[in-house]
Ligand binder design. Structure first.
Ligand code: ADP
Ligand code: MG
Length: 261
């Protein structure tokens, strides 16, 4: 009871330092350095980054342009490999995966949302959501269309299923991209500036949609410039010059003001 009174006195939102250790984090980066070929000494994208994330929740990665945010996401999703250090996601040593193994792992394990949506322009919204299921194959063929329609409904664009991306608004395209990212029901969702190409109202809706995925049990990692990301994030990690310079975990329930759990 004393705690609750204390929590109510703290201005919203309340954040604190993350726990320093966990027996088996969902995501673990250990001494991760990334130096792109040809980069000089002062130009290292990530410098000895140590970062652990628990399963579930929305983690925001913020920082100025060039601070290493996209590099971090590329390494987490096996799109690229660290120069040194190790990365484990849900038990998989993703730093060891080559291009082919990385692509196979990614299809089953990660949903990715991009700033410019990257839907296939010749496929309808429905077909864009069906494609990852066809490529991955663990969802039975006869269940895929119903699942794709259900996902489009979940993101609020069931009525747009038959349309080509070019005939959808930016917000609708991003909703479709989120449905596509969920197609194979991956435990991890990552988004790189998912609201960077949207007006502020649409951006808010997209962030809330990502928040809902976190509430449904997904681990959602979002790189963003949104200044008020702290309102929907459970944790905010700040990068500067390839280093983690701040790392704050929310102590209160997102979107609920300051309430004791
Ligand atoms: P952010 O997403 O925070 O803007 P990035 O991760 O894209 O930052 O970039 C971090 C640093 O790495 C920058 O200095 C950038 O110029 C450099 N960088 C990113 N991608 C490449 C690449 N493919 N080749 C060489 N340098 C790169
Ligand atoms: Mg970037």
């Amino acid at each position: 009871m004393k705690q609750l009174v204390h929590a109510e006195a703290i201005p919203s939102p309340a954040f604190h330092e993350p726990p320093t250790s966990s027996l088996r984090p969902f995501i673990s980066l250990e001494a991760v350095t990334k130096r792109y070929p040809g980069a000089n000494d002062g130009d290292i994208a990530l410098r000895a980054v140590n970062l652990q994330m628990e399963q579930g929740g929305l983690i925001a990665i913020v920082g100025k342009s060039g601070s290493g945010k996209s590099t971090l996401l590329h390494l987490l999703t096996a799109v690229d490999r660290p120069t040194t250090g190790s990365i484990h996601v849900n038990g998989s040593p993703v730093h060891e995966l080559d291009e082919t193994a990385g692509a196979l792992w990614r299809r089953a394990s990660v949903g990715i949302v991009f700033q410019f949506f990257q839907l296939l322009p010749t496929l309808t919204a429905l077909e864009n959501v069906l494609l990852p299921m066809a490529l991955q194959g663990h969802i039975p063929a006869n269940a895929r269309e119903a699942r794709a329609r259900e996902l489009l409904a979940r993101v609020g664009i069931a009525d747009q299923a038959h349309k080509l991306p070019a005939t959808l608004s930016g917000g609708q395209q991003q909703r479709c991209a989120i449905a596509r990212a969920l197609a194979n029901d991956p435990p991890l969702l990552v988004a790189d500036e998912p609201t960077g190409n949207l007006d502020s109202l649409t951006a808010e809706a997209v962030l809330l949609l990502l928040r809902q995925q976190a509430d449904a049990g997904k681990t959602v990692v979002v790189v963003t410039h949104e200044l008020d990301i702290a309102r929907v994030a459970d944790r905010v990690v700040t990068l500067a010059d390839g280093r983690v310079v701040a790392d704050k975990v929310r102590t209160s329930t997102p979107n609920a003001g300051v309430t004791a759990r």
